[in-house]
Write a protein that binds this ligand. Sequence first.
Ligand code: MRU
Length: 341
Amino acid sequence: MHTSFEEIRDGFQALRFDGTALGLIDQRLLPAEERWLRLTDIDGVITAIADLVVRGAPAIGVAAAYGAVIAARSRGNDLAGWQRDMQRLAQARPTAVNLVWAVERMRAVVSESGCLEPERLAAEALAIHRADIAANLAMARAGSEWIEPGSGVLTHCNTGSLATGGIGTALGIVIEGVRAGRVERVYADETRPWLQGSRLTAWELARAGVDFQVIVEGAAAALMASGAVQWVITGADRIAANGDVANKIGTYALAVLARYHGVQMMVAAPSSTLDPAMASGQGIAIEQRDSAEIWRAAGLEAQPPGFAAWNPVFDLTPAELVDCIVTERGVFRPPYDFSQF
Ligand code: MRU
């Protein structure tokens, strides 16, 4: 079973599954180097998710689904061992709900049949991947229609084909908006400390032939004050039932700035990113990563003696600062209620 999806159109396919191995482009090295990793055991998949070889909420979910297939092949009839693998897989990163969601989908297949059937699991993983591709396309169409022709857009982190199974969430909307003649100016936040914007979004936009400019995070207020952007468009790692959004650190700051400057804030995410059981964002676990990421961004190989850093890699944007949330089921406006999704 090979994953090759024509529906992706010109989007890059960053996850490939051949039935036995998961192929991942190593996002830690982009754009300097396009190196593929071939993962054939569950430990490799867990490490790849934890170390950001693959990242972005929907892509993490798809990778986890294929990881469940890989684990089932090596576990044979050892169902308890597979469940332990799934436990570790679900904990590889805490904030993106797509990871737990995908693991639960794979577990449901196993509890239905009562045993490990790799082919059935592979079919489920493929269904998850295909649904994400379709959701991306639906969001790109629905979201781009909300953008007034002639608009400028600022996006944050990376939400394109590297971060999803298909053409992306927020970045899919931006690219569709450019093609539809609605978006005239595209700005990508560099997204410190891991630089998803200046490394990955820039790489994707250049591949797509879209003109863009990278800005440092500190330039966002000045950019908005200049009148060059009308929309901030981001993805999400988890959206609570009340519409609070957990996303890449810096999203909250952009939402506050946007409201002050009369710029609209759009969040795009598939239903797999909604967490109906989470009443508000206050209950969402915010991942803290090694401060080494901050020193690396500063060109330092290690933390200098006496230095210290705080490195939360997500933040919470209150629903009241979000003008619309785009999913594959349509565009939602406040007040949000995703408790029935
Ligand atoms: O730490 P990352 O790179 O996995 O964080 C990714 C983001 O925050 C994205 O903006 C989010 O997952 C939406 S991806 C379509």
